[in-house]
Design a protein around this ligand. Structure first.
Ligand code: DGL
Length: 265
């Protein structure tokens, strides 16, 4: 059967979803990806739930209409833990979400102590609690809401600047010692955070595994749409919902990833 063409739409509130885009490129290098950053609404982490669902559905309506994607990847935990049912009910396109990797972390921990580091929105979600009940009932799961890390990652990617002391303060609550053992895995429940791994490792009280779900998401996408490398599609691009163009360090990074900003092309 001939495979339906069309770009893969990778969506996040900002540029954190590039961590997922990288994993998609590794697995599906010949596919065209459109990276859409809803920077006009960043950060999603503190939005009220009903308003965020309505907002994302509206933005996605416009993106689907304009780009007719072959598949959608919601490269954002804060959005995925909330809006996937509404999007799946609305579009008959394969949709892959990004949710905290609690199940693999619970399977892998040796100490039985894991932390989930995510935005306040993701930490507060029923969805996150259900993941814990379902897959990590016998593990100590420390939920850590970070108000600042997503913005810190944006600043790093956009301006190549990092506030190391702020990183230290944000990650510190992840490091706990119980009578059984201490945290050995930190689940990165926000797609912005993998870009901060070297900076987080440098200030961590002890070494941990930082669990990035991106490779598993790319794998799920490949399972859904196939990884036929003979399908060679055009160059991808990035669009910002604010209409902004990228500051210099980021513009170079996007070009190197094959997704230059649409308005810079
Ligand atoms: N990248 C988003 C996530 O994975 C969150 C950033 C934000 O607060 O908008 O949760």
């Amino acid at each position: 059967m001939a495979e339906r063409a069309g770009p893969i739409l990778v969506f996040d509130s900002g540029i954190g979803g590039l961590s997922v885009l990288d994993a998609i490129h590794t697995l599906l290098p010949t596919r065209q990806c459109i990276y859409a950053a809803d920077d006009a609404a960043f950060p999603y982490g503190e939005w009220e739930e009903a308003a965020l669902i309505e907002h994302i559905v509206r933005v996605m309506d416009g993106l689907v209409e304009a780009h007719a994607p072959r598949a959608i990847v919601i490269a954002c935990n804060t959005a995925s833990t909330l809006v996937l049912p509404a999007l799946r009910a609305r579009f008959s396109i394969p949709i892959v979400g990004t949710v905290p990797a609690i199940k693999p972390a619970a399977g892998r921990t040796k100490s039985g102590v894991i932390s989930v580091l995510a935005t306040p929105g993701t930490i507060a979600r029923d969805y996150t609690r259900q993941l814990i009940q379902q897959f990590a009932a016998d593990v100590h799961v420390e939920l850590v809401a970070s108000r600042r890390l997503a913005a810190i990652a944006e600043k790093l990617l956009q301006e190549d600047e990092i506030d190391t002391e702020a990183v230290r303060e944000e990650i510190l609550p992840c490091f706990i010692e119980t009578e059984n053992g201490r945290t050995d895995i930190v689940v990165l429940g926000c797609t912005h955070y993998p870009f901060l791994i070297p900076h987080m490792s440098a200030v961590a009280p002890w070494p941990v595994d930082w669990l990035d779900p991106a490779p598993a998401i790319a794998q799920r996408l490949a399972t859904l749409i196939g990884n036929n490398r003979r399908i060679a599609e055009g160059e991808g691009f990035t669009l910002f919902t604010s209409g902004a163009s990228a500051p210099r360090p980021l513009a170079g990074m996007l070009r190197a990833r094959g997704v230059p900003v649409a308005s810079d092309q």
